[in-house]
Design a protein. Structure first.
Length: 123
């Protein structure tokens, strides 16, 4: 749970190894952001409101592969961070069920950054 004065964030972690088109990557990040916000509305509505009131900060980073994304997702769940793993429907570029993005937050920036700090920004 975030402290009253603590900055909030949402981090969207993509898979570098998939080489998705920019449009596909944007769509997958959109899915993650929406699902995380909906989950936060159910589980921690005050944090969602504060995050939205303060600019709804979102950062997109890339993990090297599926294994690192799954480890991150498990760590986030273990830490009680709002999280969602996107699995593609398979209508366009990649097979159905492919894990593409993990969304984390909104939540305490320090807690989320401690899990995602090793990942670089998407270029």
């Amino acid at each position: 749970m975030a402290r009253k004065d603590e900055p909030l964030t949402m981090i969207l972690v993509t898979r570098k190894d998939l080489k998705l088109s920019r449009g596909k990557l944007a769509a997958q990040c959109g899915h993650a952001a929406v699902e995380c916000a909906l989950k936060a509305k159910r589980e921690c509505p005050k944090i969602l409101d504060k995050w939205r009131e303060n600019g709804a900060r979102k950062i997109v980073v890339e993990a090297p592969n599926l294994d690192s994304l799954k480890r991150l997702f498990g760590a986030a769940q273990g830490a009680g961070i709002v999280s969602y793993m996107v699995r593609d429907a398979g209508h366009t570029e990649i097979p159905a069920g492919t894990v593409t993005v993990v969304g984390l937050g909104p939540g305490a920036r320090e807690s989320i950054d401690s899990l995602t700090g090793q990942f670089g920004l998407v270029k």
